[in-house]
Design a protein around this ligand. Structure first.
Ligand code: ATP
Length: 680
């Protein structure tokens, strides 16, 4: 519920009805949000602003929402920000007439390029007052910058950034003095927020979920007030619930927001349903440390144990030509065959159709004649065509990611299907898993080496039988088992959730922390001895989605072959930056600084003996209960690069805290293991 009621004075200067939403007004809201940590207040600021947009300029609601979540389009459109520091500094310099050395010096001192831009802008009075920026104009400008390709792309990106910056903070043009960056975190400076948007991290403490709920609140209140009524608590709760469930099935503001305006929020479920072409975020599993833990958690319920294949998560969408169903138009790289139109999406909704044209080409052979459309949840796994068996994940990672030609494919893949989310025009997510599995089996044929159903054992709560299945899965080159609830509401497919109803049992990690961690590389230390030409060790972090920061969790120097170190040096060196990003939460101690800092780009899968508390690291320092000490990995070991994960998909701080607390010693009040300060 909003803490600002309708009695609260409207805090924004009105723009006239029908006029473009001023970007300055949105920045005022951003700055209010940035100055509080209270979730309800954040939500209130957000929904109040959205209400104003709905009242005055409803046509601008979509770009407003997109700027609030700092996305230019739905994930599957593949339009991303995250512009490198050097381009941004160049643009700031060229816009404000300051030289690069000055900008770099400021960056060293201030540490936040957004504030550097705000400061530079206010130092630079101009003769002419530029036209004020609008929300729509910023959204379009950012898209133009993000999508520039080809010859001279860098230069055109800089030109695009300059265009936005030169019109930023127009009200200051010609005035003496300007933005005081030491006060109120720089206040509502447009330049600051433009730069942060370009960097890909707004750091307002505004989680995407909060925006979603705020959109619902604003729309409910708006609709009711148009009808001359006040919105009740029930109305607000209903609107929120509709919005969340619709977004789970159809995570695309481009589809949902116009439908909400056209049909009203209370009718949204009828007009917005899971739709082939729009990938949904997959359901994820929780780690477990023993088969007995599985039995405890699922006590009295029927469950099934499937092999956990070690490949790449994929969501395949298909609509046959003969069907009258529509295929979402925004799907970027749809593959066409004689049977229909299809796409493959990754776990983070990236379009993988260019990586797996061989799968799209073979797909018609496995689709039953009665199947007109589907959304399939599956794992693509490298396949040894001679030995007719699964190959390790590393083989799959040697495949090119883009512009693969079917005839050039060397590493063959087999698709192992484990769930169906949509079939023949109907979403299946709200059916039980038992029913979904039946549908899955009826909709496809197995084709050796191309398509198979995930192998599963009989329903059993016999510990020995599960142990045998686990051993068999490992012999078949799988990672272990996925244990899933079979019946009732609990077994429904829960998009985007790490659910209690899917448990993973990984053979290698039993009795350890139950799982490996996927961590972001923030820095490196120069190698010594045999490793002098490369980096010898690295600083890793987990991700805190609430604060949009990376929290350091360990140093790592084990598990790397010389060949890997050489390769990592080549890929990481171009990402070096002069100083840590303001959204790196790391220890300030002198001896804790790595020799080199990097842009956050790579995610590595890492194994450890256990988790402990350490004052040198920041992971979950606020929540793990360690009195401000961070959680850290003991004896971390590098396993592999996770090319299929973005830094934002890394293990989160709350997962790290959960894993720490789940350790036996911690749960019983004893401290886990001695604190380790240096792991290499
Ligand atoms: P990791 O893959 O390292 O376990 P993750 O964060 O990628 O972690 P989890 O939810 O933890 O994902 O584990 C589930 C993953 O296992 C799925 O994303 C999918 O890629 C893979 N998988 C393999 N076999 C199955 C299966 N039978 N059912 C569900 N997922 C499976």
């Amino acid at each position: 519920q909003s803490t600002l009621t309708s009695k609260t004075k409207d805090p924004y200067p009105d723009w006239k009805a029908g006029e473009a939403v001023p970007y300055a007004a949105l920045c005022t809201t951003f700055s209010k949000i940035e100055l509080t940590t209270k979730r309800l207040e954040i939500m209130a600021h957000c929904s109040l602003f959205l209400r104003q947009v709905l009242r005055l300029t409803p046509n601008d609601i979509l770009p407003t929402v997109l700027l609030m979540v700092n996305k230019l389009a739905a994930d599957y459109a593949g339009i991303e920000l995250g512009i490198g520091e050097s381009l941004i500094m160049k643009a700031i310099g060229e816009t404000t007439g300051r030289n690069l050395a000055q900008i770099k010096e400021d960056q060293q001192k201030i540490g936040d390029l957004g504030l550097v831009a705000a400061k530079s802008r206010s130092n630079q009075p101009t003769m002419f007052r530029p036209k004020p920026l609008t929300v729509r104009g910023i959204h379009e400008g950012l898209i133009a910058i993000a999508t520039v390709e080809g010859n001279g792309a860098q230069g055109r990106k800089v030109a695009g950034i300059k265009k936005l910056l030169s019109a930023a903070d127009a009200h200051l043009a010609g005035k003496k003095g300007g933005i005081d960056i030491t006060k109120d975190k720089g206040g509502p400076s447009e330049a600051k927020y433009i730069i942060r948007a370009l960097e890909g991290k707004m750091r307002l403490g505004l989680a995407e979920k909060t925006v979603l709920v705020s959109v619902a609140q604003a729309m409910v209140t708006h609709e009711k007030s148009v009808a001359g009524k006040a919105s009740s608590t029930d109305d607000l709760a209903k609107g929120e619930q509709i919005m969340k469930s619709v977004y789970n099935e159809l995570p695309s503001y481009e589809v949902i927001v116009p439908a909400m305006i056209e049909h009203g929020i209370f009718n949204l479920r009828d007009s917005c349903k899971l739709q082939p072409g729009v990938p949904l975020k997959p359901m994820l599993a929780r780690p477990t440390k023993s088969i007995t833990e599985v039995l405890d958690r699922f006590e009295g319920k029927e469950f099934t144990c499937e092999y956990k294949y070690d490949g790449e998560r994929a969501q395949i969408h298909f609509v046959s030509h003969s069907s009258s169903e529509s295929y979402a138009t925004a799907a970027p790289q749809a593959g066409k065959s004689e049977k229909g139109i299809s796409n493959i999406f990754s776990r983070n909704s990236e379009d993988l159709s260019k990586k797996y044209p061989d799968i799209l080409a073979k797909l018609p052979a496995w689709v039953a004649d009665t199947t007109s459309s589907f959304v399939l949840d599956c794992e693509t796994v490298a396949w040894d065509t001679e030995a007719k068996k699964v190959l390790p994940f590393q083989q799959l990672m040697t495949r090119k990611r883009k512009d693969v030609k079917v005839e050039d494919v060397k590493v063959k893949v087999c698709v192992f299907a484990f769930d169906i989310l949509f079939l023949n025009g109907q979403p299946c997510v709200n059916l039980s898993f038992r029913e979904r599995r039946e549908k899955l089996y009826s909709a496809f044929h197995e084709v050796e080496g191309e398509f198979a159903f995930a192998k599963h054992g009989g329903v059993s709560n016999d510990i020995d039988a599960i142990q045998v299945l686990l051993e068999d899965s490992v012999k078949a080159s799988c990672e272990g088992l996925m244990v899933k609830m079979l019946d009732g509401v609990e077994s429904h497919y829960e998009p985007s959730r790490r659910s209690q109803n899917w448990l993973k049992v990984k053979k290698d990690y039993l009795a350890g922390v139950g799982d490996s961690l996927d961590l972001v590389v923030l820095g490196a230390y120069h190698g010594r001895g045999k490793r002098t030409s490369w980096y010898g060790a690295f600083l890793l972090a987990c991700y805190n989605p609430n604060s949009q920061t990376y929290e350091t969790v360990c140093n790592i120097g084990t598990g790397f072959s010389e060949a890997i170190l050489e390769e990592l040096h080549t890929t990481l060196e171009p990402l070096a930056i002069d100083r840590p990003k303001p959204f790196y939460n790391h220890s300030a101690g002198n001896k804790d600084q790595p020799d080199v800092w990097f842009e956050p780009r790579f995610v590595w899968e890492v194994l450890c003996a256990d988790l402990t508390l350490s004052p040198r690291y920041k992971a979950a320092a606020d929540t793990a209960g360690g009195g401000g000490k961070g959680v850290s990995l003991r004896f971390p070991r590098f396993l592999k690069v996770r090319d299929d994960k973005k830094p934002e998909d890394a293990t989160t701080s709350s997962q790290v805290a959960d894993m720490y607390r789940a350790q036996e010693g911690v749960a019983s009040g004893k401290k886990a293991g001695p604190s380790v300060d240096d792991d290499f």
